[in-house]
Design a protein around this ligand. Structure first.
Ligand SMILES: [Zn+2]
Length: 333
């Protein structure tokens, strides 16, 4: 035993001494204050996304105005939601302005959505026990509707694969009557799995026997399409709270998908510029006139003063100043 302990000490000391690094926790990101960081407009989009909670439809901004102040001058960029002119470079900004993620990500996910549609068609063909009928009830879903289901405890996730048209709820009917329970659901699930899909009946802790989806979970989707992290990020706090409280009840196995998603999102954000958590007081050199430029009620604003190391973020009536920083993984323990 003493030998083991001793060896452990030597090994951990060596790894610390040789690499000079401590173990980090990929579940915990911290925004560490750091000035003189150069920022770009995509950074501003993320800052807006991570700091502004949009709780209802009428808080969704119709325009976004972004400013970056360098020592040499001020650059600005603005975005309006116009599906006809969606450019790849402002997809991020656009997704702040709609309840329907597919208006923004439809092109990115076109192939996956088409594959899933083909899979549903095949499933409908192979599932034909006599006397029973299969109906697909709901596939696409808006963000507000999903949030409503989540808040009422009807769904376990704040952002669902339904929101990307990559999940469907199936109903089995007998003589025209919908069956809430039937062994045929498990049969349907295994057929779906044979075709490469994932069955809600396998969900740990909250089986959903009519549900079929194209990816095993959100983490898996984000891994394949990292851009989608932008949709998931605004729910990260909710996911993190849910994970922590479920873990505290000793039911970590129920939130394994959540854990994977948080880690995936963190991996995408680490080392990137951030607006640090704690708001700061109004910088002294700012005049009333300076604030005049942020008057639009349906416009979201982000103004970064790069040399001074702060960012001003405003949506609706509320605007706050934050220090600029960089995301790092927290040290373990
Ligand atoms: Zn479902």
């Amino acid at each position: 035993m003493p030998v083991k302990i001793c060896l452990f000490f030597i090994l951990s000391f060596c790894s610390f001494a040789v690499f000079g690094v401590q173990d980090t926790d990929s579940l915990q990101l911290i925004c560490q204050k750091q000035s003189n960081k150069s920022v770009n407009f995509e950074d501003l989009q993320w800052m807006f996304r991570e700091r502004v909670r949009v709780e209802s439809q009428d808080q969704i901004p119709k325009h976004l105005d972004f400013f970056i102040q360098h020592t040499s001058g001020i650059k600005s960029q603005n975005y309006s939601f116009d599906t006809a002119s969606i450019h790849k470079e402002n997809l991020f900004a656009m997704s702040n302005m709609t309840d329907d993620p597919l208006l923004v990500w439809g092109n990115t996910l076109a192939q996956e959505i088409e594959n899933f549609k083909v899979l549903k068609d095949s499933l409908a063909k192979v599932f034909n026990p006599s006397g029973y009928r299969l109906k697909f009830l709901q596939s696409e879903r808006g963000l507000a509707r999903q949030m409503d289901l989540f808040n009422r405890g009807r769904s376990m996730t704040a952002l669902s694969l339904h929101n990307f048209n990559l999940a469907v709820d199936a109903g089995i009917y007998r003589r025209g009557r919908y069956l809430r329970r039937s062994n045929w659901y498990a049969r349907l699930g295994s057929m779906a799995k044979d075709l490469g899909a994932f069955w809600g009946g396998d969900f740990v802790g909250f089986p959903d026997i009519g549900h079929i989806q194209a990816f095993s979970n959100g983490a898996n989707l984000v891994q394949k399409f990292p851009g989608l992290a932008f949709e998931y990020i605004r729910f990260k706090e909710i996911y993190a709270q849910n994970y922590a409280s479920t873990l505290a009840r000793g039911q970590g196995d129920l939130v394994e998908d959540t854990r994977q998603l948080i880690v995936e999102l963190n991996k995408i954000r680490v080392q990137k510029v951030c607006a640090c958590q704690q708001a700061i007081t109004i910088p002294k050199d700012l005049t009333a006139q300076w604030f005049e430029q942020f008057k639009g009620v349906s416009t979201g604003y982000v103004y970064v003063n790069e040399p001074a190391g702060w960012v001003y973020i405003k949506n609706g009536d509320s605007g706050y100043f934050y220090p600029l920083g960089v995301y790092l993984f927290a040290a373990k323990n």
